[in-house]
Design a protein around this ligand. Structure first.
Ligand code: ZN
Length: 371
């Protein structure tokens, strides 16, 4: 992966480039931040630069044999570890082809997606002591190409204590030209002894302009791009999840507007039809709609209390909320929030969708008049 293919993080890229050019690469890194911010793509570009035979001033050459191997994720001196379901396989190697193909498709891969794609029973994967034995074995071998040897640990917080303890010594005193890159979403589960041995780099969330840069490359409407950008909390993984949940248009916006409009005007026939339609879509999509509704309720309050100054919505949403927000006040916001929170809970537990969404329309009808 090339640095220029990665959205945002210009300072971080520059630092990796400078450190490499000045021969000051730390032997153990920890990149910390939601995986959707880009810890893994940054690592892939950094390692490619480190290994490149013809480094340019601002990026890898992209054409040397080392770059080719990195693009295919099959460089013999770069080793990847990631969590696996121990009942299936105790080390990462067996599942490497699958993991690699998912990462190539989407380097912003999330833990949830990895679980979904790698284990049909949805069991929690970990990195165990068997994998640390594997890492040590690979790093003590001589480098194949005579340069750096790199060990990347994706989701390092999933290493159990036995694994972490086994790695302490080699992380502290690695063989020559060895670089560890640990990628983690949170530091809470990582042993302090590991933290103290790594150079910690915070991978920051992407800003609105960067999210838009990513979303505008997709064939979706401008309004949906703006809406997703404001809901995705600077995470490409979350943006992709929201993209997958709807079509090219902001369907949830239309659903939300209709729900409010039909319920406000007590148009029972339309309310029933609305509930029937949303009752027929998939549960994941229903959950996205409910989360979207919670977001719109929150944004309505923002509109009321900050005159729209702190709102993060698309043009169409802003326009709608400028008229709608007055229906959400201190008199009903708790009820609305509870209604959608509980509905989310019931969808997850496979409640009857039609009854559930019919109930939502009638509750909205009651609450909206209390504003
Ligand atoms: Zn190269």
């Amino acid at each position: 992966m090339l640095f220029k293919e990665i959205i945002g993080h210009s300072e971080l890229k520059q630092r990796f480039i400078n450190d490499t050019r000045e021969g000051k690469v730390s032997h153990a890194h920890l990149l910390l931040g939601d995986l959707g911010y880009g810890g893994l793509p940054l690592t892939l570009a950094f390692v490619q630069y480190l290994m490149c035979e013809n480094r340019q001033e601002t990026d890898s050459c992209g054409t040397c044999s080392s770059c080719n191997k990195m693009e295919k994720m099959q460089h013999p001196d770069v080793h990847f570890s990631f969590p696996t379901v121990q009942a299936e396989t105790k080390t990462s190697d067996v599942q490497f082809p699958l993991w690699k193909s998912l990462v190539k498709e989407n380097p912003y891969l999330s833990l949830n997606e990895w679980i979904l794609k790698s284990d049909d029973k949805g069991r929690a994967p970990i990195i165990s002591v068997h994998q640390s034995v594997e890492i040590i074995k690979k790093l003590t071998l001589k480098s194949f190409e005579g340069g750096y040897k790199v060990s990347v640990i994706w989701l390092a917080e999933e290493m159990n204590d036995a694994c972490s303890n086994k790695l302490l010594k080699i992380i502290e005193e690695p063989p020559n030209n060895t670089v560890f890159i640990l990628i983690a979403a949170s530091e809470e589960k990582i042993l302090p002894t590991i933290l103290s041995r790594t150079q910690i780099t915070k991978v920051k969330q992407l800003n609105d302009a960067e999210m838009m840069e990513f979303l505008q490359k997709r064939s979706i409407s401008q309004d949906l791009a703006e809406s997703i950008s404001s809901r995705s909390e600077g995470s490409i993984s979350l943006a992709l999840e929201l993209l997958e949940a709807g079509g090219a248009e902001n369907t949830n916006f239309t659903r939300f507007v209709n729900l409010m409009r039909f319920s406000y005007s007590k148009d029972v026939m339309s309310m029933m039809k609305w509930a029937e339609e949303i009752g027929a879509i998939g549960r994941e999509e229903q959950k996205h709609f409910i989360k979207y509704s919670l977001y719109m309720i929150r944004q309505s309050l923002m509109q009321n209390y900050t005159q729209g100054k702190l709102m993060r919505t698309s043009t169409k949403e802003t326009e709608f909320l400028s008229k709608f927000a007055r229906f959400i006040t201190g008199n009903n916001v708790k009820e609305f929030t509870k209604l959608f929170d509980e509905s989310h809970y019931y969808v997850e537990r496979n409640a009857n969708s039609k009854i559930l969404f019919t109930n939502i329309t009638f509750e909205v009808m009651r609450y909206i008049r209390r504003a």
